[in-house]
Ligand binder design. Structure first.
Ligand code: HEM
Length: 157
């Protein structure tokens, strides 16, 4: 009896290990380009947390709607998924749709925020000052010349 239960236990353990092994083997790697091909209501794959999910059959049942899932295709949807604050049961449900892993090197890294370029202001105010001075001086010189000419003309007469 003892022998029987022991051998049963061993067989069960072997089965569990085999199952794990086959699951591991089944985990295929996909590039983002490959995943991006499945981007519609008939064939919809998502990338969340480094894993690839085929949610085609879940589209109609997704409490957040099918549109949001379709719009989350073709990119790393981890942030969108996390932002919603999915429940542990939602996370557990994902297992049903797991088809593989994403090749992380194919996901474009997020660009660091670069502030919009400001127009270049001239810090050197010297030229500005010279222009203002000329605008003031030129009419004065013309006026001086005109008065001078008039005085000269009068003295000649
Ligand atoms: C395999 C992937 C996903 C599964 C299994 C899943 C599952 C679920 C489940 C079960 C809910 C009900 C609420 C909960 O239990 O948290 C839910 C709600 C929701 N999900 Fe997902 N979801 C997935 C991916 C996504 C993604 C990628 C997005 C966003 C782009 C998203 C957006 C939403 C929204 C907006 C709701 C509604 C939340 C609310 O009304 O409170 N889901 N999802």
């Amino acid at each position: 009896m003892q022998v029987c239960s022991e051998s049963q236990l061993i067989i069960e353990m072997q089965l569990v290990l085999e199952e794990r092994g086959s699951k591991k083997r089944a985990m295929r790697g996909f590039t983002l380009a490959e995943v991006s091909e499945h981007n519609n209501s008939k064939d919809c794959w998502l990338v969340v947390g480094g894993k690839v999910y085929d949610v085609t059959k879940f589209l109609d049942d997704h409490p957040g709607g099918d549109d949001i899932l379709i719009s989350a295709t073709g990119k790393d949807a981890t942030e969108d998924f996390v932002d919603v604050g999915h429940s542990p049961s939602a996370k557990a449900k994902m297992e049903e749709y797991l088809v593989g892993e994403i090749d992380a090197s194919t996901i474009p890294s997020k660009k660091a925020y670069a502030p919009p370029e400001q127009p270049h202001y001239n810090q050197d105010k010297t030229s500005e000052f010279i222009v203002k001075l000329l605008l003031f001086l030129v009419p004065l010189v013309i006026l001086g010349l005109a008065v001078g000419l008039r005085l000269y003309a009068k003295s000649e007469a």
